[in-house]
Ligand binder design. Structure first.
Ligand code: ATP
Ligand code: MG
Length: 232
């Protein structure tokens, strides 16, 4: 049985790798296009900056535009690189609840005051062994999705607590053991049944061009699996 499970894990790994290569191959289409748009903004701002008798006001505006656009481009390539190479994780032991409390402070500035964030964290610490930076990124990616789904107003709830195993998920049998579950819910539009099966696919997005790349949940599932966890 053990051997069968190992083989299944290997097959799934190979499948994921193949899907990843295919996804990276799609770069030329979608993401390279987004990236080109960002370069166009930078190029255009530089041309405008070269004009003589530029007011101080405009000069500042163009420089800001270049800075902001370069930041977005860097974020895009960063996501792609993290995704394309199997990013090596740096696992450490940390308290999940404490980490989430810290991240939520930052998430608040992203979601705005009309979105209420409730966190439910047990009094006892919930230690996990994982890459803390990737964990925080995963929470942020899911929170940003919740924000987008709620269209500016609603409630985001994050519940943390110990569980005695991972339930059956997709092709995996249940796994017993000490785990920490993080449950995230929002009062947004929800996900249609036909989309649910696709949300973890790299580059699957229902958002407008420039609004979503479709890599947020790919990071989340990649991180969860590489950390011997899972996501449902
Ligand atoms: N909380 C949510 N509510 C409704 N739909 C969601 C939610 N989270 C994810 N989705 C759906 O899953 C899709 C994929 O999410 P994912 O985070 O991978 O990409 P994205 O948000 O579109 O782009 P990116 O995260 O790269 O900016 C979304 O486009 C959306 O359709
Ligand atoms: Mg997202």
């Amino acid at each position: 049985e053990r051997e069968g499970a190992d083989k299944l894990a290997l097959a799934e790994d190979a499948l994921r790798q193949a899907q990843k290569m295919e996804a990276v191959g799609q770069l030329t289409g979608g993401v390279a296009h987004d990236f080109n748009n960002l370069l166009t903004v930078i190029r255009g701002s530089v041309d405008l900056l070269r004009r003589p008798d530029l007011s101080e006001d405009r000069r500042v505006r163009y420089i800001d535009a270049i800075g902001d656009t370069a930041d977005r481009a860097a974020k895009l390539t960063g996501q792609l690189l993290a995704f394309a190479r199997r990013q090596s994780l740096k696992p450490e032991t940390f308290d999940c609840g404490e980490s989430i409390a810290d991240v939520v402070l930052m998430v608040h500035t992203l979601t705005g005051s009309r979105i209420v964030i409730e966190t439910v964290v047990p009094d006892d610490p919930c230690y996990v062994l994982a890459d803390k930076g990737q964990f925080d990124t995963a929470i942020i990616n899911m929170s940003v999705n919740a924000r987008d789904a709620m269209d500016g107003e609603g409630k985001l709830t994050i519940v943390v607590g110990p569980v005695s195993g991972i339930p059956e998920i997709r092709m995996h049998p249940p796994i017993a053991g000490d785990f920490v579950a993080v449950t995230i819910s929002d009062t947004g539009c929800g996900i249609s049944p036909e989309n649910v099966a696709r949300i973890f696919e790299p580059f699957f997005t229902t958002k407008d061009v420039g609004k979503g790349t479709g890599l947020g949940l790919s990071q989340v599932i990649g991180f969860a699996k590489q950390s011997d966890g899972d996501i449902r």
